[in-house]
Design a binder for this molecule. Structure first.
Ligand SMILES: Nc1nc2c(c(=O)[nH]1)N[C@H]1C(S)=C(S)[C@@H](COP(=O)(O)O)O[C@H]1N2
Ligand SMILES: [Mo]
Length: 412
């Protein structure tokens, strides 16, 4: 073992440099794939590619452990070498802490089924938070470390003239210009990323476990115009569950559809005794009930204690009369793309609901309003947004995310 370490330490300088480069590339790949997985824009654009991207992110994430382990062999010597350089020491500690934090929270996210929604939810928060801190830090670090900044003699604009004019102030002038560039960069990165960071922070932490102002924001920006507005039952307002905890991330694979009374309807058809269709005025008049349940997305976030008001799926199916040939309930979204299914047995669960209100307010267009499905015992990709048609079919159908690799039985 010790001879192995000795061999490692030979040519140590070169090794450190290539280690640094490897680590840099790994971080670049993880940052790009991670940001694409996060972004709503890419989510729609990628479709099936998203599943592959997620695997790439996970595999490279695991591989990121290798340079760290390799570094640990060289660490003692490196540490001695930078004894007098507090900033370099600080940098090594920051980078190692970031990598460790990303790695651990990443493993928990990867194993979300094993650890359950509460832990994976926390892991997602940590993973995102580290990204918001770590990425600007690493971008800053990598830019300020380029040769251009480190070796003033390579610059095209040389400080020679300053030296000629103010010989004594020569070296200082070089230093201060470098400082200026660094500061400009730092401030630039902060300005570029700051607002999104604050928004994220507000969404995830500040309001996430207190009031729910960002749901309120989405309600205020509701793109649908459907009248009359549904009137909440007493159990809905004030919400029986005391108000949702957490915030929804707006997920969609299409542009967000907008509805008004002229283009919205709701249909139950297929293998039913009686095909049913409602316009909005008729649909809001249907008898509703209220339930409190949690909403879990398979990517790791959850919203707890939602007070949903709507029509139990069971009741809708009963009123249409399901024929004995039917095996599968197929749900269609008004985005004309997204579909999903439940078996008739699953559709018979009491808490599967076609909802029109959340915490006593209409469901905003961003969150799938005016009407969406909720299946509390399953991951939220079953919760079809902009639900406008239920078809009973004999065979099977593979839903949008199921076609792209998610499990057909989405039990939490
Ligand atoms: N029509 C439609 N429904 C959908 C989706 C979608 O992209 N389109 N995404 C699903 C997924 S994966 C989740 S987590 C939830 C997200 O609901 P939200 O956007 O209201 O937070 O909607 C589900 N229903
Ligand atoms: Mo999801």
């Amino acid at each position: 073992m010790s001879s192995f370490i000795e061999r490692l330490r030979k040519g140590y300088g070169k090794k450190l440099i290539s280690l640094h480069a490897w680590n840099g590339w790994i971080i670049v790949i993880l940052a790009l794939t991670g940001l694409m997985l996060l972004g709503g824009f890419w989510r729609g654009f990628l479709g099936e590619g998203r599943v592959w991207l997620k695997w790439l992110h996970i595999v490279v994430g695991i591989a990121s452990l290798l340079p760290v382990v390799y570094y640990l062999f060289l660490a003692a010597k490196h540490w001695k070498q930078i004894k007098e350089k507090p900033w370099q020491k600080f940098n090594v500690i920051v980078v190692l802490a970031l990598l460790a934090g990303w790695f651990l929270s990443g493993v928990l996210l990867w194993q979300f089924r094993l650890v359950g929604p509460e832990i994976s939810n926390a892991a997602l928060l940590v993973h995102d938070l580290l990204t918001w801190i770590g990425l600007p830090y690493i971008i800053y670090h990598s830019i300020t470390r380029t040769k251009w900044l480190k070796q003033p003699h390579r610059r095209t604009v040389k400080p020679i003239r300053e030296e000629v004019i103010h010989p004594a102030a020569g070296p200082q002038a070089v230093y201060s210009r470098r400082q200026v560039i660094k500061w400009t960069l730092g401030v630039g990165i902060a300005i570029a990323l700051g607002p999104s960071f604050v928004k994220w922070l507000g969404g995830s932490l500040g309001t996430g476990f207190g009031g729910a102002s960002s749901i309120d924001e989405l309600v205020a920006e509701n793109g649908n115009k459907l009248l009359p507005e549904p009137q909440p039952l007493p159990a809905s307002l004030p919400p029986m569950g005391g108000g949702a905890k957490g915030n929804f991330r707006v997920y969609t694979v299409t542009p967000i559809p907008k509805f008004d009374n002229s283009n919205w309807s709701f249909t139950i058809d297929g293998l039913v005794d009686q095909r049913l269709q409602w316009n909005w005025e008729q649909f809001v008049a249907l008898k509703r009930t209220v339930q409190v349940s949690d909403f879990h997305c398979v990517t790791g976030w959850s919203v707890y204690n939602n007070t949903w008001e709507g029509i139990p799926l069971k009741e809708l199916l009963k009123s249409a009369g399901v024929q004995s040939k039917a095996r599968t309930v197929k749900f269609y979204s008004g985005d004309d793309v997204y579909t999903d299914t439940l078996t008739l047995e699953q559709a018979d669960m009491d808490d599967v609901m076609v909802v029109v209100m959340h915490d006593g307010k209409p469901i905003p267009s961003d969150l799938g309003g005016p009407v969406k499905l909720i299946v509390p015992k399953m991951y939220a990709y079953k919760s079809v947004k902009w639900l406008n048609r239920i078809e009973l079919i004999e065979g099977e159908h593979v839903g949008y995310w199921e076609q792209r690799g998610y499990a057909n039985d989405a039990w939490v």
